[in-house]
Ligand binder design. Structure first.
Ligand code: ZN
Length: 294
């Protein structure tokens, strides 16, 4: 099953990704319309969706990517993991972590799969990432059972303003990764049962058609099950919570010379078996006046 968010309402995506069904209308108000309420009732929702007569052909709304938002647009908690691919830790000049470095992306940075990315400074970078959305409250779960707590996976970009991210005497990533539009996700959430190898998904980022990142989630230092075991040992993960799982090598800031996003750049991010994102970079109004203190 694939679900998405259209104009803030939860929708089911047809198998050919051509049309959508509004969850609240199809379930006569039992689920939705807010996506969070669907995740809060995830087990019941999945059971309903598997048995309900969903008439995409007769009642479907045309799917337009520009109308979609993040699959879980209003999570209670957002987690992001740094340095979770060996080649990215290497290019960043860090040892391979023995515990997942964890920060947040604030929810106001969330947006849908396609659109413009407003560049607040001249040091904005790309990070293609697999994103996990929780379907059940998870507290002290083991890696073996962790996938059963997941609603699904989607494609994410962890856009990063490197000057602000790396300012200060100690790492404090969250603010530099949370400018408006810095967390596009989508185009939809794919449930784990529809992904043949959920721990081995090809991931790629292209800028103006040039491949910048290409890897597989098989290369994660801490796999999705191990991340969920680690996070849920410290605190409960709630339905609808979002986890950005880290990015592989190939970011702009690690290139020689460093390369950052410029007005007019087109960033495409894709994960096999899920889909893709596309942002066109534009200068933020007054960006020349914005001061980011390093
Ligand atoms: Zn990241």
């Amino acid at each position: 099953m694939r679900i998405a968010t259209r104009h803030g309402r939860s929708v089911l995506v047809s198998p050919d990704a051509a049309s959508l069904i509004d969850v609240a209308e199809a379930s006569r108000g039992r689920f939705g319309p807010e996506p969070r309420s669907v995740y809060d009732a995830w087990n019941e929702f999945v059971d309903w969706a598997q048995h309900a007569p969903i008439g995409f052909a007769a009642k479907g709304i045309p799917l337009l990517l520009a109308e979609l938002g993040a699959p879980s647009p209003d999570p209670r908690q957002v987690f992001a993991i740094g340095l979770n691919y060996r080649d990215h830790a290497d290019e960043s000049g860090f040892d391979h972590p023995t515990s997942p470095p964890t920060f947040t992306k604030f929810v106001s940075s969330f947006t849908g799969p396609v659109g413009e990315l407003s560049l607040p400074t001249a040091t904005v970078d790309w990070e293609a990432e697999l994103v996990v959305v929780m379907g059940r409250r998870a507290e002290r779960v083991t890696a073996d059972e962790a996938w059963s707590y997941v609603a699904g996976v989607t494609v994410g970009q962890d856009y990063s303003e490197r000057t602000l991210q790396l300012a200060g005497p100690a790492p404090q990533f969250s603010l530099g990764k949370s400018f408006p539009g810095f967390a596009p996700q989508g185009p939809w959430l794919v449930t784990p049962d529809e992904v043949a190898e959920p721990d081995d998904l090809p991931i790629e980022c292209r800028v103006n058609g040039e491949t910048m990142q290409r890897s597989s989630t098989r290369q994660l230092i801490f796999s999705v099950p191990h991340l969920l075991e680690h996070l849920s040992a410290a605190l409960p993960l709630m339905p609808g919570d979002v986890v950005f799982t880290g990015t592989p090598a190939g970011i702009g800031g690690a290139r020689k010379p460093a390369r950052f996003l410029r007005e007019g750049d087109v960033v495409e991010t894709s994960i096999g078996g899920i889909g893709g994102l596309r942002q066109v970079c534009v200068d933020a109004a007054g960006a020349g006046d914005l001061q980011v203190t390093a």
